[in-house]
Design a protein around this ligand. Structure first.
Ligand code: ADP
Ligand code: MG
Length: 379
């Protein structure tokens, strides 16, 4: 788990040490500063804007209330600590703006839960970037076609910075749809980046033509020593979130540790299927898995690719089997997609009026609207 920067306000040395020990167990160093002098600490926090403050009560209720309120106004999550637990004190602290309340001595399990709660809040309010994963546990059904064309549309419609990440490892195929020449492996870029900076990762992202779209793809011959792990994924997303508003991910088909980490960290999952009974059943299995993993229902959107108007199996039948509404249907257009692959160009650049171009554009608009409307639920 990672939590961003944490500042501690604590006069009791033993308690401060205990919290620092807990924080040292996080993946990256998170304890920024510890203050015994609260006035100094207050000035520091308002200048540096850490994500979380662990604040032990001073005994001066008025001072504590004002400080908690000013932290809240600055979007800083506060965990309030006190030795005298009373319902009244808890209510007062929460009303003043604390995100959570813990009694001293702080128990590790409670502290971790509290940090997790604050980190999740920060993702929602401070960091507005969204990770959208395109997934299916079967290959050859259009994940890469959808990921690349959607990424182009997201950049065109929002004009914000968008990155398309090829995590279909080790043999990604984004470059079959979009002409980009990657130079370094994603894993080695993540390894090179120090915990403070994301330069190596950002340098590995190639700008697509003159647009706000960047592509992070694997080179064809990935060095064998650089294998991605779930920790790499965590760091990679952390770096990308700093620079991009939308992070679109093209995944492989296996339900392994790596892909599960990507799916867990995603704000939205576009689960792709085609109308064909075995594939719909597979889709159903994925939905069951996501449910068992505790993902919110709204996190997964069903996308039907290669849709044919007169298909024997109707949309309603599919929805019945899946017990979920279909979010979007992309028409079958073999020629448009094949010529896009042959030229390594997104379909909207080749044929702006084709039914697939219009469909990708409509899907992007709907997703952007939903994300903006905060339809996105974090799991
Ligand atoms: N909407 C579509 N209409 C027609 N053919 C499609 C469509 N989307 C994908 N395809 C075909 O399916 C093949 C596999 O697509 P791809 O995006 O590479 O799948 P995946 O990434 O899931 O393996 C493509 O080569 C293309 O021929
Ligand atoms: Mg693919």
């Amino acid at each position: 788990m990672n939590s961003g920067k944490v500042v501690i306000f604590e006069r009791d040395k033993e308690s401060a040490e205990l919290i620092k020990t807990y924080l040292s167990e996080f993946e990256s160093p998170v304890c920024d500063m510890t203050f015994e002098n609260y006035e100094e600490g207050l000035e520091y926090v308002l200048q540096t804007h850490p994500q979380i403050v662990v604040y032990s009560e001073t005994g001066n209720a008025d001072f504590d209330r004002k400080t908690l309120t000013s932290f809240k106004e600055n979007n800083i999550s506060t965990i309030f600590l006190s030795s005298n637990y009373t319902t009244n004190l808890v209510i007062q602290a929460l009303r003043a703006g604390a995100k959570d309340y813990l009694s001293k001595p702080v128990i590790k399990k409670d502290f971790f839960a509290s940090i997790k709660k604050c980190s999740a809040e920060n993702v929602k309010t401070v960091n507005k970037s969204n990770i959208i994963s395109i997934f299916s546990n079967k290959g050859g059904i259009g994940k890469t076609a959808i990921a690349t064309n959607l990424a182009v549309e997201f950049a065109r419609q929002t004009r914000e910075k968008v990155v398309l990440v090829d995590l279909n490892l080790p043999l990604g195929d984004v470059t079959t749809f979009i002409n980009i020449k990657p130079s370094v492996s994603i894993a080695s870029a993540v390894e090179k980046a120090s915990h403070n900076g994301a330069e190596a990762v950002l340098n590995a992202c190639k700008q697509y033509k003159n647009t706000s779209l960047y592509v992070l793809a694997e080179p064809i011959y990935m060095e064998e020593t650089h294998v991605m792990t779930p920790t790499h994924i965590y760091k990679l997303f952390e770096y990308l979130r700093e620079s991009f508003s939308y992070i679109l991910v093209d995944l492989g088909t296996s339900v392994d540790k790596m892909n599960l980490k990507i799916l867990e960290l995603s704000d939205l999952i576009l689960l792709v299927s085609i109308v064909n009974l075995p594939l719909i059943r597979n889709c159903q299995r994925c939905l069951d898995l996501f449910k068992n993993l505790g993902y919110d229902e709204k996190k997964t959107k069903i996308i039907i690719n290669r849709y044919l108007e007169n298909d024997e199996i109707k949309t309603e039948d599919v929805e019945k089997v899946l017990n979920q509404k279909i979010y979007w249907k992309i028409p079958n257009n073999y020629f448009a997609i094949m010529s896009s692959i042959n030229k390594a160009m997104p379909v909207c650049e080749l044929n702006e009026n084709s039914n697939v171009t219009l469909s990708f554009s409509g899907l992007a608009t709907k997703l952007i609207e939903d994300v903006i409307a905060k339809d996105v639920v974090y799991s």
